[in-house]
Design a protein around this ligand. Structure first.
Ligand code: FAD
Length: 348
């Protein structure tokens, strides 16, 4: 079956757009560093104004090395990663993992708890079954029996974490884990930390659509981010956001999916049913201090759908923006905590 993953040559297209920052020129040009990682692309913009001279090539080498470590630890696509080793482990065997893998696992489990299991990294086998994992081997819509069988090994409660030393065990050998909905956000936070350690304070980091902004684009001008209109066959900006010192992540059903008999099957799996999500929420954007949290929360809310997701966001005071399908249109919905971001005028 043909899978409609909107890949560039080798990268998953991001659902947010940062090139808007090139459209209003700054007096000192922004420095851009870009590359590929984790099956997608990354872009970094540095507003050089106040900082010492930047050696872009040396900085890019440090960023690539940092991303390489995270990829090696947390990828489902790499056999020796912590994630793959946990997935291959026997039941009740403790598997040592890196400190930062433990950080991501701990946050993943916390988001699973508060989202009542809507976010669940043990959906790994179902992600593969539906053809969205490393094997890309979907032949047909999976049989109900198979989905039911794999559902029996889904459940974040089946994982046990121990912080010192960092290690993980699972209650069933067949459980596999998938950090694809949280580790990119962690990587964004990690690159931001690296830039701060390099004494850089005005920057934007984006990996596969997950973003963090620090300081200003220029003097008192914030960074400009575009949330895409959730349409598969075109790229256009639906909403501009002006961000400073916050992270942002978006999940959507319109970039990574396949269609069969007019039905769209998205890569976001509902751990309660074992099926790709089926509702009218086309995309959700979450603004948080940590990109890791924003990334995971966006997937959790994408699973919950428009009504439950909005109630969850308001209950937890999360700043979220939704695009919800209504007939041929998309309507905008936002949580109470999102209102400060509705200012559509660039601050001068
Ligand atoms: P998000 O909404 O952020 O995440 C969706 C993904 O989360 C799904 O694809 C699925 O894997 C998982 N998921 C689905 N449902 C749930 C749920 N209910 N709870 C929790 N998780 C769920 N892709 C490649 O093609 N090649 C690579 O080499 C590659 N390497 C990677 C290495 C790392 C460390 C990571 C984190 C990802 C890698 N990816 C790779 C995957 C890819 O780049 C994206 O992370 C992936 O496509 C999902 O990101 P997203 O922002 O589109 O969706």
């Amino acid at each position: 079956m043909k899978k409609f993953i909107f890949l560039g040559v080798a990268v998953v297209l991001a659902v947010t757009v940062i090139y808007l920052n090139n459209q209003s020129p700054t007096s000192t040009p922004l420095i851009s560093i870009a590359g590929t990682t984790m099956g997608t692309s990354y872009h970094i913009k540095l507003a050089a104004g106040s900082e010492a001279k930047i050696d872009s090539a040396a900085l890019k080498a440090k960023i690539d090395a940092r991303l390489g470590v995270i990829d090696a630890e947390m990828s489902t696509y790499k056999e020796q990663s912590d994630v793959s080793q946990v997935s291959r482990a026997a039941a009740d065997a403790w598997v040592p993992v890196a400190d930062e893998t433990m950080t991501v696992l701990t946050t993943a489990q916390e988001i699973s708890r508060i989202s009542d299991g809507a976010f669940d990294i043990t959906v790994g086998q179902l992600v593969n079954l539906w053809g969205f994992g490393p094997t890309l081997n979907l032949e047909d819509i999976p049989a109900q029996d198979k989905i039911k069988q794999l559902l029996s090994i889904v459940g974040y409660q089946k994982l046990e974490l121990q912080a010192h030393p960092p290690q993980v065990k699972k209650s069933d050998a067949h459980i596999t884990i998938d950090l694809s909905a949280i580790a990119k956000g962690y990587a964004v936070d990690a690159v931001a930390k690296l830039l701060l350690e390099e004494q850089l304070s005005n920057f934007l980091v984006e990996i596969g659509g997950e973003i963090i902004t620090h300081g200003y684009k220029e003097h008192d001008k914030p960074w400009v981010i575009g949330i895409e209109s959730p349409q598969a066959n075109q790229r256009s900006i639906r909403k501009r956001l002006y961000l400073q010192d916050v992270a942002m992540a978006t999940s959507g059903d319109y970039r990574n999916y396949f269609e069969r008999d007019g039905v769209r099957y998205s890569h976001t799996i509902d751990p309660a049913t074992g099926y790709p999500i089926k509702h009218t929420l086309a995309s959700v954007t979450v603004i948080e201090d940590s990109c890791m949290r924003a990334d995971a929360l966006a997937t959790a809310i994408m699973v919950m759908g428009p009504d439950k997701g909005m109630a969850f966001a308001n209950r937890h005071q999360l700043a979220i923006f939704m695009l919800v399908k209504q007939n041929d249109k998309f309507i905008e919905k936002y949580s109470n905590a999102f209102t400060p971001y509705l200012n559509t005028k660039e601050v001068k």
